[in-house]
Write a protein that binds this ligand. Sequence first.
Ligand code: UD1
Ligand code: UDP
Length: 381
Amino acid sequence: MSLRIMTVYGTRPEAIKVAPVIAAVEADKRFENIVVVTGQHREMLDQVNEIFGIVPDVDLDVFGHKQPLAVTAAKILAGLAPVLEEHRPDAVVVQGDTTTSTAAALAAFYAGIPVVHLEAGLRSGDITSPFPEEANRKITSQIAALHLAPTSESRANLVRESVDPAAIAVTGNTVIDALLATARSEHPFTDAALESAAASGRPILLVTTHRRESWGPAMEGVGRALRRIADAHPEYLVVLPLHRNPVVRDAVLPPLTGAENVVVTEPLAYGEFTRLLGACRIVLTDSGGVQEEAPSLGKPVLVMRENTERPEAVAAGTVKLIGTDEDRIVAEVARLVTDDEHFVSMSTAVNPYGDGAASGRAVAAIAQLLGVGSRLDDFVA
Ligand code: UD1
Ligand code: UDP
């Protein structure tokens, strides 16, 4: 009888990061794979499932426009309980720090099912930023039976919080598995404006933004900064694949109207986005996943946040924290555009987050937890 591994996820970044783990569980004869999506995201989640060929067994469909976090969490808790009851998994895998992740962990814990926490141990040290993700991640650490830390730094954070070291495996981040797997295929841009942007040979500033703690004046400042950057560096194309959140769109878009060298797109399919990441010159973002992917492609990353729970690439010199002040964003981009030495110093490819084999280590650690195998060696950067 094979053991049942249920993976529960609900947003775009979770989907990208669990996809390689789901594939590895699926390929392993010791396990039966059960895939549950909460539908916290809708289009952005379905887009990733389609690319990785994942057809969920259960969809809780909790999505709601501008839905308060408490409502999303409540729907997940209530929706997952009967699913856990019906399928009786031997372990539940959750990923990261979203509302889906923590609510699903709690539902599994209430049902007496061991929780496996993928991407465990990241800490900014500030409970208010990222909000609510820092708290979500810490809560899940309290109830997880197995902590899959991506790096030795995240392992050290857990040990410092008295997590049993024997319950931690250092796997590398599965986002690098996803990135490398995706890079093997060609990805034509479906948006014609992007295809001509890529063909133009003009340098590209790739921008993404969505963080909840920046909603309001800070994000409006990001929009104004982007317009000033586009006007100050007309040889550049500013490419902005937009998050679907209307709060983000309403804040960022107004100042960009009429700018010749700004290309705004819908959320890009993962393969198209990683192609753009490989083709761009500079990355300006507040995304967690993009902070992990861009350094391995040798792209300088300016992070529009005051802190980060991903300090490894900052230490390596390819990621710089610049906050959300409008003038500072404009100045930091100008420095990378005009100061070649600075640009080169931030452009070395580094791989602190993974080697493409994280999902194999994750599955081996799950097998050990369930008494049907042993662990692989920890990931060393
Ligand atoms: C969520 C996660 C965040 C993660 C981010 C990735 C929490 C608290 N936040 O933030 O950690 O970094 O996802 O993108 O879990 N929307 C759509 N279609 C979609 C997705 C979102 O229309 O496919 C709109 C909806 O109006 C939705 C809003 O965006 O209410 C916000 O979505 P939500 O999942 O609550 O938060 P995010 O800001 O996306
Ligand atoms: N991404 C994507 N299409 C886009 C923008 C981002 O596929 O248009 C991918 C990106 O490569 C990364 C992930 O989405 O793997 C990051 O998601 P997001 O920034 O929404 O969330 P975070 O990582 O901040 O939690």
